[in-house]
Design a protein around this ligand. Sequence first.
Ligand code: NI
Length: 276
Amino acid sequence: MSTSQNSIDQLFGRLWADYVSFNPHAQRIHDDILEAERSAGTKALVNDHIALRTFAVERIGLGVLAKPFLELGYKRCGEYEFPEKKLFALHFEHPEPNKPKVFISELLIENFSPKLKSVAGQVAQSISASLLGRPEMLWSGRTWAAEHRVYQELLKESEYAAWVYAFGFRCNHFTVLFNELKSFKSLETLNQFLTEKGHRLNASGGLIKGTPAQLLEQSSTMAGEVDIEFTDGRHRVPACYYEFARRYPLPGKSQLYQGFIAASADKIFESTNRQA
Ligand code: NI
């Protein structure tokens, strides 16, 4: 195994450790699926992609988060626009087919209020220069003091902005590649299994986003709620979620489609919305 492959596995290992450390429900989902797969001989779940979020401002824009991946040999691939949520995203792939894809989005803050812009600027200034563009930045979490009052103000404009403000830089979700599972016939049966296990799924736009004709079907859980320490008290807020992706082969080929569908991703973003 080359040094860069080792480093890639290490990087995803660190992101996973951070992700499950404050999302115990993600670990339970992982373990429930793996348990169901055991009799079929599955030793590990395959991660289709991870997602990272940030603000489109100097120091912390999408390109800064992408840097550690580019240095490990990842290449820029698809480009996505989310006009309603005012987001822009890119996805990155590694030339080696089994490496997880990386989906990085950024909030286009010029479309928001002066208050939101100023919070994004404060967030950007709070990051130590030594972290910028380094792998450690990707699981550095929140390095600024956050107020629940500000969190609630941000929620009114953008659930995404409030999430970044409360959690900082860490993996927003991991994704099980359905194609590698052996015990589930369809994404529907996997969804049904998860529901029976007590995991709540994101129903925005239907439980399954995308169609076989679009070459990608996705579903996700709703983010688990965790207690967060704000300067003005401890509050329960939605953290991270788990996603499931079924990919279909490109027409006339054996390779699976590797991109994303903006309309589906738009609904998947809502997995971190507050629940009624
Ligand atoms: Ni995703």
